[in-house]
Write a protein that binds this ligand. Structure first.
Ligand SMILES: NC(=O)c1ccc[n+]([C@@H]2O[C@H](COP(=O)([O-])OP(=O)(O)OC[C@H]3O[C@@H](n4cnc5c(N)ncnc54)[C@H](O)[C@@H]3O)[C@@H](O)[C@H]2O)c1
Length: 296
């Protein structure tokens, strides 16, 4: 492939919308796809307010911001992706759901297209096995939020070609990112280290060692982390954290990766973190108390 000009991002949640924004701001024509039309509406709003913030802070000119918004198209129909150069998948962290999507994308996307996954932990080789083009399948793991965070972790599957790797690395660098490379083992580099720490923070809370505020303050002030591990889990999404722990547990076969029962319970209760308004912490607005009407 000579040059990447068109991008599709599948999954318009917190990661997919940020990746689509990056592509559009860096001059690509972008399709953003989601099966849920409401998610596409939310993504439209969040991308335009994020771009507006970049313009207000003078990190982007008004003209470049407007150009980026014009480059974005939204759809629920995968068939619209037939001519794109690169697809980045950012849907739910489930091997079976992602494999089904990769198999569909393989049939729709043109023969030269690269199929990348933003998976946090799932084997790229396994996703590639659902396609007829494993040499063009690669992991492109952005950090949250993609327009801000500097890192992209690139993961080569067993059959990823050198050409696919070079084009993907060049794309990440065009987005202004620093690239690190990982072998294709569960959790790669970042989540192999980060998620057991978050899981241990849940065990610390679960076994009553300390209150959530003290656990987070301990790690922020004691180890210079910008966010505490429980706060960070809420930011990432507790469902995403739990899925990653399950992939680490199954993929690496060590009980030290077993998810904390409290994390499992929160997810079962729908306490998924900031995106649901409640996770470890409660972000919902408490209604103002009704003021008594003054007597005349
Ligand atoms: N949240 C993070 O901090 C983070 C960081 C790096 C990577 N990731 C990875 O990125 C991916 C997405 O995570 P997220 O936090 O953006 O999730 P999210 O729940 O915010 O968004 C997922 C979106 O995918 C859509 N979707 C689900 N199945 C689909 C399908 N078959 N076709 C099209 N759309 C579909 C959903 O409707 C939803 O809008 C996951 O693989 C996750 O592990 C997440």
């Amino acid at each position: 492939m000579a040059e990447i000009k068109t991008l599709a991002v599948v999954g318009s949640g917190q990661m997919g919308s940020g990746i689509a924004q990056l592509g559009a701001v860096h001059g690509l024509d972008v399709w953003l796809v989601d099966t849920d039309p409401d998610a596409l509406v939310r993504a439209t709003k969040s991308i335009s307010s994020s771009i507006q913030r970049f313009v207000s802070n003078a990190h982007l000119s008004q003209a470049a911001g407007s150009d980026a918004l014009r480059r974005l198209k939204y759809t629920s129909n995968l068939e619209d992706l037939h001519s794109v150069d690169v697809v980045i998948e950012a849907i739910v962290e489930s091997t079976e759901v992602k494999k089904k999507l990769f198999s569909e994308l393989d049939k729709i996307a043109k023969a030269s297209a690269i199929l990348a996954s933003n998976t946090s932990s799932i084997s790229i080789t396994r996703l590639a096995s659902a396609t007829s083009r494993p040499c063009q399948v690669i992991g492109m793991h952005f950090m949250n939020p993609p327009p801000i965070m500097k890192l992209v972790e690139i993961v080569r599957g067993a059959d990823t070609s050198d050409e696919t790797f070079s084009l993907t690395k060049a794309l990440a660098e065009r987005f202004g990112k620093i690239v690190i490379c990982s072998q294709d083992y569960s959790g790669f580099i970042v989540n192999r280290i980060l998620m057991p720490m978050i899981n241990e923070a849940f065990f610390t809370l679960y076994t009553g060692v300390a209150m959530k505020e003290d656990i987070d303050a301990g790690m922020k002030l004691g180890t210079n982390h910008p966010m505490g591990p429980l706060e960070l889990a809420d930011f990432i999404g507790l469902d995403v954290c739990l899925s990653i722990m399950r992939v680490l547990h199954a993929g690496l076969g060590d009980n030290k990766y077993a998810p904390c029962p409290l994390l499992v319970q929160y997810v079962d209760a729908g306490r998924l973190g900031r995106k649901r308004g409640i996770g470890v912490y409660d972000y919902r607005k408490i209604p103002e108390p009704v003021k008594p009407t003054p007597r005349l």
